[in-house]
Each structure stands twice: as C-alpha cells, then as structure tokens.
Design a protein around this ligand. Sequence first.
Ligand SMILES: NC(=O)c1ccc[n+]([C@@H]2O[C@H](COP(=O)([O-])OP(=O)(O)OC[C@H]3O[C@@H](n4cnc5c(N)ncnc54)[C@H](OP(=O)(O)O)[C@@H]3O)[C@@H](O)[C@H]2O)c1
Length: 283
Amino acid sequence: MILVTGANGQLGTQTIDFLLKKKSPTKIAGLVRSESKGADLKDKGIEIRIGDYADYDSMISALQGVNTLLLISSSTLDGRVQQHQNVIEAAKEVGVNHILYTSIVKADQKLSPLSSDHAETENLLKESGITYTIYRHTFYMEFLPLFLGNAFETGEWAFPSDGKAINLALRSEMAEVLAYGLTEADNHKNKTYEITSGTTYTLTEITHLLNEVAGRNISYRDISVTDFRNALQKIGLSEEQIAMSLMTATTFANGALEFTSDDMKELLGRKPTGLDEFIKELI
Ligand SMILES: NC(=O)c1ccc[n+]([C@@H]2O[C@H](COP(=O)([O-])OP(=O)(O)OC[C@H]3O[C@@H](n4cnc5c(N)ncnc54)[C@H](OP(=O)(O)O)[C@@H]3O)[C@@H](O)[C@H]2O)c1
C-alpha cells in the first residue's frame, strides 16, 4: 500500500491523480486530518487514513500496512521538525519500507529561512535507517502571480532579490515526478534529487518576459527586505502573511533559488515547462 500525506492539499491531490494512471485505487491511501477533508479522495476510490503529524498515535494507526510513504512536508511551520519526526518514528515502528520526502533545493546549504527544517528532517530520515528518496523542490511556478502582487495595476514590481536569479518549476510537474517515484520506488533508493526547471531568471528578466507577452511596460525595482517589510505592514497584511512573504523575499535575495539541475528533466523524461512558456499561458 502507498500512502500519500497532505492528500487533500495541492501537491498531494495532483500526485494522487497521476498515480491513479499507473496504480489501482485499491493500492493507494491518502492521509487527511478529518473525514470531510477526504470526501473527494473517497470519490476516487482511494482509502482515507485520518492522522495529524503532530499526533504520534494517530500516525501509528494511519500507517498500518503501508509499504511506501510519501511524506509531504507540513504546511504548518510551528514545530515542523517535530511533526516530521513523529511521522518518521511512527513509520519505523510500523515497518514502512520506503519514505519519499519533499524538501527544498540545496537544503543542506541553508540559504533560505525554510532550509533548516528540511535539512533536519532529511537527517532524521537518513538516521532512521528507512530507505528514503528526497525530492528537493524549488519554488512553485504557479506562485508567480502571488509574487507579482499588484505589479500589473501599479506598473511596478517592487520585490527583494539582491540581483539574484531564481528558478521556478511547475508544482503539477513535481507531482508527476513524485508519482513516478512512488510507482518505481526501488529505482530511487537513498537518492536525493534537486527538482528545478531548466533556466534561472533574474526578476528584471521575468519583468521583460511579462512585458513582451502582455504588451505592457512594467518596471522591476529591487528593494531591500526591510523596505519590503515596511511596505507590507503599510498595506495592512496579517503578521502571518508578512512572515511568509518575507521568507520568500529572503530566499530570493540569498540566492537560494539561483540554481538549476537536470534531475527533474531526467525523472520526468522530458524538459520541464519553462517560465517563458508558463508566462505565455498565464497572460
Ligand atoms: N515549493 C514551494 O514553492 C512550496 C510552496 C508552499 C508550500 N510548500 C511546501 O510543500 C507542501 C505541499 O505544498 P501544497 O501546495 O500541496 O500545500 P497545501 O495545498 O497547503 O497542502 C498542505 C497539506 O499538508 C497537510 N498538513 C499540514 N499540516 C499537517 C499536519 N500537522 N498533519 C497532517 N497533514 C498536514 C494539509 O492538511 P490540511 O488541509 O488539514 O491543513 C494539506 O493537505 C507544503 O505543505 C509546504 O511544506 C512548498
């Protein structure tokens, strides 16, 4: 039995949809935090397991009979490593054979404020002795509109990058790669993959791409993380929204996404969708 966690989330749902093209629904289970969150998955014929990473006992029950586990990193940042540790320890106790985990690109170099949790989880996974496959994801291309904020209305994209380029990849293609990994887990034993698309772009280059396709004249302004924080506070965003935006800004400005690898291309069996193609679709 394969268990996909975060099964009602975006990445989990898309991974399960790809997996259903390869495997019978009777071989797939999805972890959700309540019955109601599993309703759509049940309609697809998938078994629902109820569990919360923060609740070790619930994970022991949820993981019964699971051979291969896709642990999608928690979206709740509070105590994230402890949550992941609960899942890994529960998996070890019930005898899960192989864990696939979604991390962040170059987690061990700790270039992003998000890296530490992932690096610690990667270490826990390796120390557990369970066979692992780590997929170190770059940021989702689908989030570009979010990063752009109101640039199309104001004609200016003010965002920190400190001149660094970024790599974005499609979450839907990351899901496809994960589904291949779950289907042929034995081919990916104890491997760590850097999941990126083929090209990095500076934010100035992204603005040029947008202008070219949309026929606009938006300009990019590289602002400091401090100025960005002040601007977000002025428009009255919640503390949580500000914290998330600052993590993204710091990740860009530290050059954490200024990186490409061929891993995704090899695992997908084709060139991953580039930002230029995505922008054409988006506009
Ligand atoms: N690479 C990127 O650009 C990027 C961007 C954002 C997030 N991420 C990371 O990638 C993960 C997957 O992305 P996504 O787009 O699928 O996010 P998403 O749509 O927010 O899904 C997150 C999933 O994790 C589940 N979850 C959160 N805390 C949990 C817990 N304590 N126990 C059990 N399940 C829990 C959520 O369940 P509920 O519905 O019950 O909350 C949800 O199903 C995120 O969780 C985050 O770690 C990556």
